[in-house]
Design a binder for this molecule. Sequence first.
Ligand SMILES: NC(=O)c1ccc[n+]([C@@H]2O[C@H](COP(=O)([O-])OP(=O)(O)OC[C@H]3O[C@@H](n4cnc5c(N)ncnc54)[C@H](OP(=O)(O)O)[C@@H]3O)[C@@H](O)[C@H]2O)c1
Length: 274
Amino acid sequence: MKAAAPSTTLQYHKQTRFAMATRPNKLANKHIVVFGGTSGIGFAVAEAILASSPTARLTISSSSSIKIEATIKRLLQSFPSNAIAGHVCDLATPDLEESISSLFSAIGKVDHIIVTAGDPISRASVHDSTLDSIRAAGQVRFIAPILIAKHGSKYLTPGPESSIIFTGAMVGQRPMEGWAVVAGYAAGIEGVTKNLAVDLKPVRVNCIAPGPVDTELVAGMSDEQRRGFYAVAAKTPIGRAGRPEDVAEAYLWQVLEQAGAADRRYMLTASSTG
Ligand SMILES: NC(=O)c1ccc[n+]([C@@H]2O[C@H](COP(=O)([O-])OP(=O)(O)OC[C@H]3O[C@@H](n4cnc5c(N)ncnc54)[C@H](OP(=O)(O)O)[C@@H]3O)[C@@H](O)[C@H]2O)c1
């Protein structure tokens, strides 16, 4: 009998290939940290990880202790057997490096580091930009991931089973009117990924570049940006914005996939909605 279509993100993960199948569970007893795990893509990635293994250990991080606490409660309702912790790390502050270093010394050994953190985008177009706004636009999405790799790599279990996954954006590859500043950082993180995959080998370093995905980030956009977002989404091959749980599949695949690393040290995955 055909399974009923999933109506929630959680049902989706339980009914798809995230469900525990007969294959060896590569996430059993692994510790995964998700920067930006309290909403949108990061939250869906957290669910996908927990749905993959009842013994996976998860640490979620964001700038807000209130959001972290609420997210842990929400996740534990669906995944009571998993160990889920949280650690505040505001990636937009001047003491960024110290905060990242403290996070890793507090959480200890990790197997996978996933970075989906992104602060609200206030100015993306060159015409509106100032020196300060250009610098600010890159701190969470470009500078922070490099420092997370710097400090986090010291705590990663050595070997090709371990991985770091960054988040870029399709706008780094395909131009979109008014997004030049963010596009620069999105393209830049892909270059960082390829080079870090060499520097940190045999640990795998990958990057996901999503197209438009309907998340809390979109709710925080200006009306003009939101109109542009849905107009771009309507022109994609699927004709609408992607869902976080769809994109989460790409992250989970990069966490688990090791075969490709034998001949490629990095992988950049563009979302099919882009
Ligand atoms: N949605 C899309 O269409 C799309 C497309 C391409 C690329 N992306 C990229 O994908 C990433 C995730 O986007 P999303 O749509 O999932 O966004 P989202 O729903 O707004 O989630 C962003 C996450 O980042 C955290 N965050 C925000 N400011 C932070 C800070 N200063 N320090 C640490 N964490 C912070 C948020 O938590 P707190 O608020 O609790 O800090 C939240 O957990 C972003 O980098 C975004 O640019 C998104």
